[in-house]
Design a protein around this ligand. Structure first.
Ligand SMILES: *[C@@H]1O[C@H](CO)[C@@H](O)[C@H](O)[C@H]1NC(C)=O
Ligand SMILES: *[C@@H]1O[C@H](CO)[C@@H](O)[C@H](O)[C@H]1NC(C)=O
Ligand SMILES: *[C@@H]1O[C@H](CO)[C@@H](O)[C@H](O)[C@H]1NC(C)=O
Ligand SMILES: *[C@@H]1O[C@H](CO)[C@@H](O)[C@H](O)[C@H]1NC(C)=O
Ligand SMILES: *[C@@H]1O[C@H](CO)[C@@H](O)[C@H](O)[C@H]1NC(C)=O
Length: 350
């Protein structure tokens, strides 16, 4: 089995860290010199297979198709493309084409003096996450919110409806099958779609086309899930600002021994507010409360809130999840330079 890893560190927080912390410390981000802080050498567990090297663009997400094609995405910024396919051990190329990665009117747009992300529905702006479903469809999650650097200041503009979207690409024809955009009542200007999962069983919705679960990690604290009925395109929110989707207040993560606070232009020292940024679905399909649509079931949001169960401590922030058919959930743990495994104990619902 090929194991491909991607440690996700947001471009924004990385750049902030570089600007404000002594990154010259040999022990942390440097790759040479003596070490001052004890580090985990990463030698526990099975050997890691080196599969691909990234040189030009720093990836944020990846997905592997049935035939073993590897797709990667990159938040941008200045990168030439935001969705790519691995074409050799050391190179990737824009996918499906450079043209679809190049919004003709740019990545962002100034309206009444305020910069917004582009509202372009038919080009990729800033892709955060990818997923391949068993029918060999590549699902592309575009946040519509590029990172902008002006006079060395980094910012992320609010989204404009149309820019944030979920796109289905048929991997046989390499063409877009369907694009789902979201109304401003579901995707807020400060929403940030961070990861996605699917339940394609026909009986999970009345319309029979399956459902997408998207995590909104909104840095401004309006976290939750965005749900899309894939047959009708209807979308709704669930678990808005539920504690399970939010950062614990005044959380100070540490990476290789260095505590990280949030420093932003014009703000005092603060804490990273980014919410839950990944998810994995129960393989047994038993935990299903988010599927209820509050547009037709007035108790849908309340029921979902009431049914959240705490399955245990994670031991740090997790930056990506995947699971297997045995019920294991694998979590990328950047504070520990490790993958943690959570064994899901099946709980049968009454
Ligand atoms: C990093 O290592 C170099 C070479 O070993 C040393 O000269 C330098 O002082 C070290 N820097 C820090 C911040 O410890
Ligand atoms: C830019 O903003 C204007 C005014 O709101 C809007 O009409 C136009 O469609 C936007 N273009 C893009 C690429 O977002
Ligand atoms: C993708 O396209 C191929 C060729 O047209 C078609 O046979 C297949 O059903 C399509 N896949 C999906 C999931 O629609
Ligand atoms: C698009 O997807 C739908 C649902 O899987 C499928 O029925 C249709 O054939 C697809 N169209 C193309 C052009 O792939
Ligand atoms: C959907 O169908 C599967 C298999 O037929 C069944 O196990 C499951 O309980 C059903 N789910 C719902 C939500 O009805």
């Amino acid at each position: 089995m090929k194991l491909t890893l991607c440690i996700e560190i947001g471009l924004l927080s990385h750049a902030v860290a570089q600007a404000n912390f002594p990154v010259a410390l040999n022990s942390t981000f440097g790759t040479a010199g003596s070490r001052n802080v004890r580090i985990d050498t990463g030698t526990y567990g099975p050997p890691v297979e080196e599969y691909h090297y990234f040189y030009d663009q720093w990836p944020i997400g990846l997905a592997v198709s049935k035939e073993g094609r590897v797709f990667t995405c990159y938040t941008r910024g200045t990168y030439a493309y935001t969705l790519g396919e691995v074409i050799s051990e050391t190179a990737e190329a824009a996918y499906p084409s450079l043209e679809l990665n190049t919004p003709p009117r740019g990545l962002s747009n100034v309206s009444n003096g305020i910069t917004f992300g582009s509202n372009d529905e038919s080009h990729f702006i800033s892709v955060q996450a990818l997923y391949v479903t068993p029918d060999d469809t590549l699902w592309v999650l575009d946040t519509g919110r590029p990172t902008i650097t002006q006079e060395e200041k980094i910012s992320m503009p609010y989204a404009a409806p149309g820019g944030p979207k979920l796109v289905a690409i048929n991997l046989t024809t390499n063409s877009i099958n369907k694009t789902y955009t979201l109304p401003p009542t579901v995707h807020y200007p400060d929403s940030y779609m961070n990861d996605l999962r699917f339940d394609l069983r026909p009986n999970v919705t009345e319309s029979g086309g399956g459902i997408a679960y998207i995590v909104d990690s909104s840095n401004e604290g309006r976290t939750g899930f965005i749900m899309i009925d894939l047959a009708t395109g209807e979308s709704w929110r669930q678990l808005n600002q539920h504690p399970s989707t939010q950062a614990i207040s005044e959380d100070v993560p540490s990476y290789n021994g260095i505590p990280f606070y949030l420093r932003q232009q014009g703000h005092p020292l603060g804490f990273q507010e980014e919410g839950l940024d990944g998810a994995e679905l129960d393989q047994y399909g038993e935990t299903r409360y988010l599927r209820a649509n509050p547009n037709s079931d007035p108790l849908a949001n309340k029921n979902a809130f009431d049914k959240v169960r705490n399955l245990g401590q994670r031991g740090g922030n997790a930056n990506g999840f995947t699971g297997d058919s045995l019920g294991n959930v694998y979590m990328l743990m950047p504070e520990h330079n490790a993958i943690f495994i959570y064994k899901y104990a099946r709980i049968v619902q009454g």
